[in-house]
Ligand binder design. Structure first.
Ligand SMILES: *[C@@H]1O[C@H](CO)[C@@H](O)[C@H](O)[C@H]1NC(C)=O
Ligand SMILES: *[C@@H]1O[C@H](CO)[C@@H](O)[C@H](O)[C@H]1NC(C)=O
Ligand SMILES: *[C@@H]1O[C@H](CO)[C@@H](O)[C@H](O)[C@H]1NC(C)=O
Ligand SMILES: *[C@@H]1O[C@H](CO)[C@@H](O)[C@H](O)[C@H]1NC(C)=O
Ligand SMILES: *[C@@H]1O[C@H](CO)[C@@H](O)[C@H](O)[C@H]1NC(C)=O
Ligand SMILES: *[C@@H]1O[C@H](CO)[C@@H](O)[C@H](O)[C@H]1NC(C)=O
Ligand SMILES: *[C@@H]1O[C@H](CO)[C@@H](O)[C@H](O)[C@H]1NC(C)=O
Ligand SMILES: *[C@@H]1O[C@H](CO)[C@@H](O)[C@H](O)[C@H]1NC(C)=O
Ligand SMILES: *[C@@H]1O[C@H](CO)[C@@H](O)[C@H](O)[C@H]1NC(C)=O
Ligand SMILES: *[C@@H]1O[C@H](CO)[C@@H](O)[C@H](O)[C@H]1NC(C)=O
Length: 306
């Protein structure tokens, strides 16, 4: 069964489009300090913390039972919620008076299953954010150690939800996908309505949103080897060639875009992130046109996974 984060992503990107940039951005982002990276980490941890608090307040034990989950599933989510609260406390203590306060959020879940699906995505994106963000902590080894300890826990959360709750693959490939600040920001900001004016600006900006949908009306979800239709704003570089790049593990696979269509590489598995680029050799802040769109290609235990 092909089951996709695109469900959550569609709802999310749909709501995000209507909102102004919720997090203030510093004018010059060429140098990112360890304090700014920790502030970004705390921004994400506040988001996750509120996400679990709201969901567990909304869905009690009978709600999980009704959704078909064993009683221990909600108990594990409570443990995850405790971890996120602890991450918030640790980063707040580390940052002291440079801490950022929580924002107001909007999460598009409607039942325990859509909550679990979104949980898996938030944890996976958080994991990718810590992987890529750690390079800015090389001069702050105490924070680097803490970030490593949080990173692996986010990965366990994502893995547990995907395998034990959603009954699918616990991983995507031999490597998780590092996600640079602007990519993470683009995904996270779609859940954020408004942040306190007193929060310091962050050195990131969202890219224009990208919608990837199956070209064949009979397919509910994009699938490897199939053609997809792309919807994105591209006014600034119209006329140039564009590509659909898939970030997966440490690899990037480029495909051509023709008339707003592209073919998903057949070999992709698990969670991948699609971005439209103006170049077919490099994905960077200066070549990304729109995205990322998270896509999940579930695979069973009988196929090779590289
Ligand atoms: C993405 O495109 C599909 C197909 O056109 C549409 O059903 C869906 O609502 C779109 N999602 C967003 C967030 O615009
Ligand atoms: C940004 O800051 C860097 C280093 O401080 C500086 O070299 C660069 O000129 C600045 N760029 C802009 C656009 O202000
Ligand atoms: C934070 O507190 C320190 C002293 O503990 C002070 O020097 C610094 O200016 C304060 N920073 C802010 C942003 O308030
Ligand atoms: C780490 O410190 C070195 C030496 O001061 C400096 O050149 C480098 O830019 C710093 N790296 C980061 C990521 O702050
Ligand atoms: C969040 O929403 C509450 C009311 O629901 C409001 O009082 C508060 O000002 C909002 N905070 C921000 C940062 O938007
Ligand atoms: C995808 O795009 C093609 C070409 O524009 C169009 O004919 C087709 O109907 C689209 N598919 C869906 C599901 O909207
Ligand atoms: C889509 O499904 C309908 C009904 O099963 C079928 O008639 C049609 O040929 C299918 N279209 C494609 C492109 O497979
Ligand atoms: C990149 O993908 C190829 C297959 O497409 C695979 O053989 C290789 O191991 C991957 N490398 C990394 C670093 O993920
Ligand atoms: C993309 O198109 C170019 C020609 O425009 C072609 O040379 C290249 O092989 C295509 N790449 C893929 C992955 O299909
Ligand atoms: C990248 O684009 C160039 C120019 O269109 C083309 O020659 C080359 O084959 C493309 N590479 C891939 C991997 O599609």
């Amino acid at each position: 069964m092909k089951f996709s984060l695109q469900v959550a992503a569609r709802l999310v990107l749909g709501t995000g489009l209507a909102l102004a940039t919720p997090i203030k951005r510093v004018a010059n982002s060429s140098s990112i300090s360890s304090t700014q990276i920790l502030q970004f980490a705390l921004t994400l941890e506040h988001l996750e913390n509120t996400f679990y608090t709201e969901a567990l307040a909304k869905f009690d034990e009978p709600a999980f039972e009704k959704a078909g989950y064993a009683p221990w599933v909600r108990g594990r989510f409570e443990e995850i919620a405790e971890h996120e609260a602890s991450h918030v406390a640790l980063l707040t203590q580390t940052l002291g008076n440079n801490s950022v306060a929580p924002c107001n959020y909007s999460f598009p879940f409607s039942d325990p299953k859509s909550f679990a699906t979104l949980s898996n995505m938030l944890e996976s994106v958080g994991n990718g954010a810590y992987i890529a963000g750690s390079q800015y902590l090389v001069n702050d080894t105490a924070s680097l150690r803490a970030a490593g300890a949080i990173l692996s826990m986010e990965a366990r959360h994502a893995s547990w939800v995907k395998s034990s709750v959603l009954l699918s693959q616990p991983w995507s490939s031999s490597y998780d996908t590092p996600l640079d600040g602007n990519l993470v920001y683009s995904l996270a900001s779609t859940f954020i309505i408004q942040c306190p004016a007193s929060n310091p600006p962050l050195p990131f900006k969202p890219f224009p949103s990208l919608n990837v949908s199956a070209a064949d009306a009979n397919d509910s979800m994009p699938m490897p080897g199939q053609t997809v239709n792309l919807t994105y704003v591209h006014s600034t570089i119209s006329g140039n060639r564009q590509y659909l790049a898939f970030l997966h593990g440490l690899n990037t696979t480029f495909t051509n875009i023709t008339n707003y269509q592209a073919i998903i590489p057949p070999e992709l598995q698990g969670l991948v992130f699609a971005v439209v680029t103006s170049d077919n050799t490099t994905v960077s802040d200066s070549t990304i046109v729109a995205g990322p769109a998270p896509l999940t290609f579930d695979f069973d235990a009988n196929v090779p996974n590289y």
